[in-house]
Design a protein around this ligand. Sequence first.
Ligand SMILES: Nc1ccn([C@@H]2O[C@H](COP(=O)(O)O)[C@@H](O)[C@H]2O)c(=O)n1
Ligand SMILES: [Mg+2]
Length: 320
Amino acid sequence: MYTGIICVSPGNVHEVLEMADSRQPRSYLKRWIVELDKTTVRMKNPDHVRGIISSIKKDGVNKLQVISDFDMTLSRFGWNGRRCPTSHNILDNSQVITEEGKKQLKDLLHYYYPIEIDPNRTLEEKCPLMVEWWTRAHDLLSQQKILKGDIAQIVKESEVMLRDGFNEFFDQLHKNNVPLFIFSAGVGDILEEIIRQANVFHPNINVVSNYMDFDDDGILRGFKRPLIHTYNKNNTVLNNTEYFQQLSTKTSIILLGDSMGDLTMSDGVTNVKNILKIGFLNDKVEEHRGKYLESYDIVLERDETLDVVNGILRYTFTET
Ligand SMILES: Nc1ccn([C@@H]2O[C@H](COP(=O)(O)O)[C@@H](O)[C@H]2O)c(=O)n1
Ligand SMILES: [Mg+2]
């Protein structure tokens, strides 16, 4: 039962019923992971969540791996009422891009981003359009004079921020030798630099993303293949990495994402026993709530922190 005060107009009866469902009293969850009682947390089936977390803990830290998206999952979506940049936006907005280049990249963003997050379009419709967006953006970036040596400064001058609690998140995984696989449709060179500058690029981290291709003079000439976009983050782009084969003993997974496309990031894992899917719902929250609750075990609405993830990890790593 949801105990908050809700104004019901005929138009939002459905939403209220949905809230009652996903915001049940979770006092029994509260006792063990207090973060799950945050107002940002929604779960379609709290009993199921409790079961998976107990199983992950029981099977032990040696069986655990974390698979995470980067942009808008490990990095913040907003701060102080402003949108934070994605790894692509960091380049788009940087001083090395001409004014005309900036305008063209912004036009692409305004055209394709609403398509990317449109809950009413099918994957079949979206995929070719995402390939088109990434290809056009990468072509535009490759026409600019971006130097490999400029990347650190570009990141330093950007407004990117990792989510609150990132230090604890990266440190807990590192200290417990839990592999962290970052699977991103962003720009690998940029996101690596972000976590390097935050001093959390530990050896347990592996990244698969779109990497820049520089010529012998260190000038950006293109992007390495395969192209990774929001909706092909699955085994089809991991074929050459053999990453998951090496981790076949890691049968418990915590998956973190912010898009419906992130749900397939673990598809290549051979033996999955327990999987807990945590989704950050950042944008157009009311419109997307239903689908996210159907797909993710835990949905975090407009939550710019890693509190819940850290609480679950702390519980998992604590010996009882
Ligand atoms: N030209 C582009 C293309 C994509 N984006 C955004 O990047 C994000 C993808 O990276 P993940 O780490 O989340 O996989 C996604 O949010 C796109 O909207 C962009 O900003 N510019
Ligand atoms: Mg993302």
